[in-house]
Design a protein around this ligand. Structure first.
Ligand code: ADP
Ligand code: MG
Length: 322
């Protein structure tokens, strides 16, 4: 896989990293994981391979970025690409610098940064340049970002450190407390995807959970209902809903009525949690839409910035902010 000198966009998510190449679309989609040798500090594996080895240990941002860019771009060629990297909106100047350095080290001609809610909004097809207000909620693995966008800029935003990982952790904690059963992160995530929800739904199923009995140390299987898992998820789900509500409260009144009409678009893997849209509908009274491919929205939006560079250059950050 090599796209010589082609501009590219990278969504460096806390759970998944996606790379988009100009004229090609998404060419890479792998877990954001780096396996490092504890003794030498050398990289053992990145992405899918690393996840197989160590599970969900988050990686070193800079090395990961360099690896993924190099995987699709061969730096020995003269043509140097422009690279758009999507970062969480709360990122510090130091972190931005590290992202840029990694991009240049990987052979970029110019590295641009785009804030995640902006990328998500573009990817979800929202009319970001119009004077109307648009709200996007991107629920990733480690964070949830809520933002109101108007006239090509972020009017107000909120980032909380609650996302899909926290939902998995809540399942682990609940099963441990109620059943003295120890679950792995992957099992918890599977349960969340299979029967997890934020609102009661028609025809809910039970699930069998296999874990390790804390008392005996032996494998044990239990059966849990969708209602029980919904209860287990209550705290992080409430945190996400409260983030949306408080961003609505902070929104300038002249945009609030736009938002009431246009509603909220959900992106990121967490948008797929069953019943989250319905729950938000009930709690906010607003129309709620799930983006067509929520997991791809951010990289699609970043990719659109390189496809239509001149039209969208203004939403990119080319120098570190203070
Ligand atoms: P990031 O941008 O932080 O890398 P993603 O947008 O890739 O995150 O989303 C990853 C998160 O989405 C994970 O926590 C994953 O468990 C969750 N997720 C993916 N599919 C589903 C689903 N069908 N139901 C609930 N959560 C999901
Ligand atoms: Mg993301």
């Amino acid at each position: 896989m090599s796209f010589i000198g082609r501009d590219m966009a990278v969504d460096l998510g806390t759970a998944n990293t996606l790379v988009y190449v100009r004229g090609r679309g998404i060419v890479l989609n792998e877990p954001s994981v780096v396996a490092v040798n504890q003794d030498t500090g050398g990289i053992l594996a990145v992405g899918l391979e690393a996840k197989k080895m160590i599970g969900r240990t988050p990686g070193n941002t800079e090395r990961m970025l360099r690896y993924f860019i190099q995987k699709v771009h061969r730096r020995r060629y003269l043509a140097k690409p422009r690279i758009v990297v999507c970062v969480p909106s709360g990122i510090t100047g130091v972190e931005q610098r590290a992202v840029k350095d990694a991009g240049y080290a990987a052979g970029a001609r110019k590295v641009y940064i785009i804030e995640e809610p902006m990328a998500a909004a573009i990817g979800a097809g929202l009319p970001i340049h119009e004077p109307t207000g648009n709200m996007v909620v991107d629920i990733g693995g480690g964070t949830t970002e809520v933002a109101v966008i108007s006239l090509g800029g972020i009017v107000t935003s909120l980032s909380i450190r609650v996302g899909g990982d926290e939902l998995d952790q809540s399942i682990i904690n609940w099963v441990k407390r109620e059943f003295s059963l120890l679950l792995g992160e992957r099992t918890a995530e599977e349960i969340k995807m299979a029967i997890g929800s934020a609102y009661p739904l028609q025809g809910e199923n039970d699930a069998e959970i296999r874990g390790r009995d804390l008392a005996t140390g032996l494998p044990k299987t239990i059966v849990v209902s969708a209602a029980e898992i919904r209860k287990a998820l209550e705290e992080p789900v409430n945190a996400i809903i409260n983030a949306v509500k408080s961003t609505l409260d902070k929104c300038p009144p002249e945009l609030s009525s736009d938002l009431m009409d246009r509603g909220i678009v959900l992106t990121g893997g967490g948008a797929l949690l069953k019943g989250l849209d319905e729950r938000l509908r009930k709690e906010t009274g607003m129309p709620i839409h799930i983006a067509d491919r929520p997991l791809d929205a951010v990289v699609e939006g970043s990719g659109k910035c390189i496809e239509e560079f001149e039209a969208l250059e203004k939403v990119l950050i080319s120098e570190p902010r203070r």
